[in-house]
Design a protein around this ligand. Structure first.
Ligand code: ACM
Length: 526
């Protein structure tokens, strides 16, 4: 620690001693407080000068900390993508020649209360980013990316500079869980499509992507001990397309890509309903009774399928599935679905949930599920995702369970924006961009104690969408508002002020070739 501080001190003093003539350039007055940052940081204190990012800037990190070095490399990569500048990371050669430094510092400061908190100090000749963890540093570099202007200062055409406003940002998330969900079962999305969505979620400081991996229309994750799940159950989708599935290697590739962005993948195996694809693959799993006989389903109906809840084979099956997924999934959670099991008798449903919770726990994970699972006597460590029925979530909260808020009427990204927008459904109502932004989880359900809410998640069901273009149309710009809802202090959120910052995301969205719904509620300036 001491040596690190001394080293940085020498570096900065050295820099100050050999400041080049460029220091004399009169940069225009800046205002860090006016940059369109999303999510809005907790505290921003502008000092109205500028750090000139150029080819003689280098990035250094706390020594011997590979997590911090990875964050620095990510920053260097993104700076190159945005500006063309190539910035070295922890390069010995740079120590002698560089003029300005970005230093990403592992700090044990007590001011960094949350693991994802960070402090960003932008001065004329140095940028300091302090964080306790690599995740905090990663959130901090997203802010830094947003502070870099789109355009170079072209007064020096042979030496392009990007002027970053100086000042101080102290920031931390409101919620520890900030997620989006993608349904890859109704329509299959490729690994590349998921990676693109992850890139944008990372830019807005999300830390969870929940993948809804199985449903009536498709089973999308290879289970080696039950191969027909993907051979048969993965071969179709809504509308009759070819479907698809992730091999375990591909799933690991998604998990690793997300982890580089400090995002965890929550895998969902939806049970005991939404299991037509599983029962089609292995009819022994099928409940019989009121449940529809399994067949290839390409429609959008729900609530007609169920696993048999009294057969040992079904629990042996789930033990295998959960064991194989637990082995390739670092997330603490395995989501067991539990929604809309309309053809499972209530007593069978409760029996099922209580048994599956034990299987999840046996494999070292916490159970997560849609609010219906709280009908069972579940343990306090299981997490409830509240989408439609408050009474179940309230019961679970009373018992100590944590809640992720995913209100269908406010947060379902697959609801249409308005009467003229494309794609999407309307069963939970229309959700315009302002309605999606303009509410708060704290007041959504007054009886729910705040300390039980660990975060929010915006689900995107895929009955009406089948590729990145369509996914993005429904997700953007609404999901950006949920990024702010999950991260920023509620007293700092106001639609009128936010919508101006939202419009200024356009250059980034365009650079990422993101399709978005150009709602008239926002003045996009074009
Ligand atoms: C759900 O929308 N069925 C969770």
């Amino acid at each position: 620690m001491i040596t690190r501080v001394i080293w940085v001190f020498i570096l900065i003093v050295g820099l100050a001693a050999c400041q080049p003539q460029k220091e004399e350039i009169n940069f225009p007055k800046t205002d860090m407080g006016k940059v369109a940052l999303i999510p809005k940081p907790l505290k921003t204190i502008p000092t109205h000068s500028a750090f000139a990012l150029d080819g003689e800037t280098a990035i250094f990190t706390s020594q011997g900390n590979p997590g911090f070095e990875s964050v620095a490399k990510f920053l260097s990569y993104e700076i190159k993508a945005k500006t063309g500048l190539v910035l070295g990371v922890n390069s010995e050669a740079d120590k002698k020649t560089i003029e300005r430094v970005v230093y990403i510092n592992q700090s044990d400061s007590e001011d960094l209360a949350s693991p994802e908190a960070y402090q960003l100090y932008v001065k004329k000749d140095s940028i300091f980013l302090n964080a306790k963890t690599a995740a905090g540093a990663f959130r901090g570099i997203q802010t830094l990316r947003q502070l870099i202007p789109e355009q170079t200062n072209d007064t020096l055409t042979d030496h392009p500079l990007w002027l970053i406003p100086t000042g101080k940002i102290l920031d931390e998330p409101r919620y520890a869980y900030r997620g989006s969900m993608l349904d890859v079962a109704r329509h299959f999305f490729t690994v590349e499509e998921i990676k693109k969505y992850l890139d944008i979620l990372a830019y807005y400081k999300f830390n969870v992507l929940h993948l809804h991996l199985t449903d009536d229309q498709g089973w999308r994750i290879e289970i080696k001990s039950w191969p027909k799940l993907t051979e048969i159950g993965g071969a179709s989708e809504v509308g009759g397309g070819p479907g698809g599935f992730y091999t375990q290697e591909q799933f690991k590739e998604i998990v690793a890509y997300a982890a580089e962005r400090h995002i965890s993948i929550v895998p969902e195996i939806d049970t005991p309903g939404h299991t037509n694809a599983a029962s089609l693959s292995y009819p022994i799993l099928h409940a019989g009774g009121k449940a529809d006989k399994p067949r290839v389903r390409t429609d959008m109906l729900v609530g007609y399928s169920s696993l048999h809840t009294r057969k040992d084979t079904v629990y042996a099956f789930l033990d295998d599935v959960i064991r194989e997924i637990a082995a390739i999934s670092p997330s603490p959670y395995i989501h067991i679905g539990g929604d809309e099991s309309h053809v499972t008798k209530k007593k069978d449903y409760i029996h099922f949930v209580e048994k599956v919770e034990k299987i999840v726990q046996k494999h070292g994970k916490q159970m997560m599920g849609w609010n219906e699972i709280a009908q069972g006597e579940i343990s306090a460590e299981s997490v409830i995702q509240l989408w439609n029925e408050p009474h179940n979530a309230l019961k679970a909260a009373k018992n100590g369970s944590k809640i992720v808020v995913s209100s269908a009427e406010k947060m379902y990204l697959d609801m249409k924006y308005d009467s003229i927008s494309e794609y999407g459904l309307t069963w939970a109502g229309l959700i315009p961009v302002d309605v999606a932004y303009n509410w708060d989880p704290k007041t959504y359900l007054e009886e729910l104690p705040q300390e039980n809410i660990i975060g929010i998640e915006a689900p995107l069901w895929s009955e009406t969408i089948s590729n990145s273009r369509e996914l993005e149309y429904l997700a953007f710009p609404r999901v950006i508002g949920f990024a702010e809802m999950g991260w920023s202090a509620p007293e700092h959120r106001s639609w009128d002020e936010y919508k101006v910052r939202l419009a200024q995301q356009l250059p980034y969205l365009k650079s990422m070739k993101v399709n978005y719904y150009p709602t008239k509620l926002v003045d996009w300036g074009e």
